[in-house]
Design a binder for this molecule. Structure first.
Ligand code: 9W4
Length: 422
């Protein structure tokens, strides 16, 4: 129990001061969240709302939690991934009076126990990353849905599952698909993943990227962000693709484009960002130079076929944290970062706070909207309205001291009046 009589379970309350410092640092980088906190701490649009959240317990999430509380909500929280919980942040939240049930490395049973604990408040709103809360409520606690105005979901994967539920008529309350906001996915993927992938590669290797050949597999948003940043650090970038449109964009953006078979013998660093499995396999490892570094920032750990490398290797050792050296029988050495898992999360810290600022502003606005309208909505999956996206982008620009032009009434008329011709 903490000073406010709330229960919690975290690793070590002695870490609370360190966690508080981390949260304050994030707050100083999340001006949109701080603006929303200022705007709504008086009118308290979430007053009377109980929110259960299941989302990575990080310094940025703590800023979201504190903003929900400032807007009047009572909050209970668990982490959505056993490896992403920052124990110091969890302790700081507990010390602030939040019912938080999260510690790094908890077991599957403990994970579901934590979710159950957060549901004890009988939430009016749920906030998910991966839809574990929504699924637990729909399968085990249907009685709770009577009090629930709605929920939000952070990820694409979660939303796909919810769309399927809604299509079958199985969804019992409205859910906002936060991932679909442009101020969320586009900025996360291009600027968040782009920078944090370079960060992960540099932390795991400490190499000079200038002058290196950097191969990016996939020219979706994450690939584009990574290619841009690698170029910015002075690397010569080669993009590989299967989609002719994406390949053409990469070419016109000034990148070399080649098949992986041709890129393999040239690359110093390889980064997969395709979302597809088996992008780098034995065939490519066979052709790589001695010292080649291979990392993934795409889908889980399936893009690099490490089993192939294991089979080819004579020996293997950890040479630095998140960096394993595989020695082949011909003497070549190949380095795999973070065991082929997401290098930006495992070897660095994910999206910088400035990027999470917009994702979580979308979460906050979704909660506010559901608190105000949820009871009148059908149990469907709702996209974030364009106006919310524009509001958040506008706030971000404002906090950065950047102003933009406005359409004049004549221009608006010109836009909508087809009779004027071209
Ligand atoms: N973090 C994560 C996942 C797996 C993992 C070394 C190998 C996602 C989004 C946000 O999934 C997340 N595996 C690890 S560390 C680790 C961390 N290892 C350790 O050995 C396995 C995750 C959202 N987010 C940001 O991006 C920034 N602030 C946020 O809230 C966070 C974490």
């Amino acid at each position: 129990m903490n000073s406010t009589g709330k229960t919690y379970k975290v690793k070590d309350m002695g870490l609370a001061d360190q966690g508080r410092a981390k949260i304050e640092w994030a707050e100083s980088r999340m001006p949109v969240m701080m603006k929303l906190r200022e705007l709504y701490s008086e009118s308290k649009p979430l007053k009377g709302m109980k929110i259960a959240g299941c989302l990575h317990v990080t310094k940025e999430t703590a800023v979201l939690v504190k903003t929900l509380v400032a807007a009047g909500a009572e909050v209970s929280w668990s982490g959505c991934n056993p490896l992403s919980t920052q124990d110091d942040v969890a302790a700081a939240l507990a010390a602030e009076g939040i019912s938080v049930y999260a510690w790094r490395g908890l077991s599957t049973d403990e994970f579901y126990w934590a979710i159950e604990k957060t549901l004890e408040i009988r939430p009016n709103l749920t906030l998910d990353d991966g839809s574990d809360l929504i699924f637990t409520i729909h399968s085990k606690h249907r009685d709770l849905t009577a009090d629930i105005y709605g929920g939000s979901e952070e990820t694409t994967t979660g939303i796909h599952r919810l769309d399927a539920m809604a299509n079958e008529g199985a969804l019992l309350y409205p859910v906002v698909a936060v991932n679909d906001a442009e101020t969320k996915w586009d900025f996360d993927n291009v600027y968040g993943t782009g920078q944090s992938s370079m960060d992960g590669i540099l932390r795991a290797t400490n190499i000079l990227l200038a002058g290196k050949v950097f191969v990016v597999a996939g020219y979706g948003h994450c690939g584009r962000g990574s290619a841009m940043r690698a170029r910015g650090l002075g690397a010569r970038v080669i993009v590989t693709e299967v989609d002719p449109i994406a390949a053409l964009k990469a070419t016109l953006d000034g990148f070399e484009v080649a098949p992986m078979d041709e890129a393999a013998p040239q690359g110093d660093v390889f980064l997969t960002a395709t979302g597809m499995r088996d992008v780098i396999t034995a065939r490519h490892f066979e052709k790589m130079k001695d010292g080649a570094i291979v990392a993934n920032t795409g889908h889980y750990d399936v893009e690099i076929k490490i089993d192939d490398l294991e089979a080819m290797a004579k020996s293997k050792r950890e040479i630095r944290p998140n960096n394993e050296e595989y020695k082949l029988s011909d003497g070549r050495r190949i380095y795999i970062l973070a065991k082929g898992r997401l290098v930006n999360l495992a070897a660095a810290e994910g999206h910088p706070s400035e990027v999470m600022d917009m994702s979580f502003a979308n979460q906050f606005m979704a909660m506010k909207w559901l608190a105000e309208q949820g009871k009148d909505l059908k149990p469907e999956v709702y996209r974030v309205p364009r106006e919310q996206d524009e509001y958040i982008a506008g706030l971000k620009l404002q906090t950065m001291g950047i102003s933009i032009d406005k359409l004049t009434p004549e221009q608006i008329k010109y836009l909508t009046d087809y009779s004027q011709g071209t």
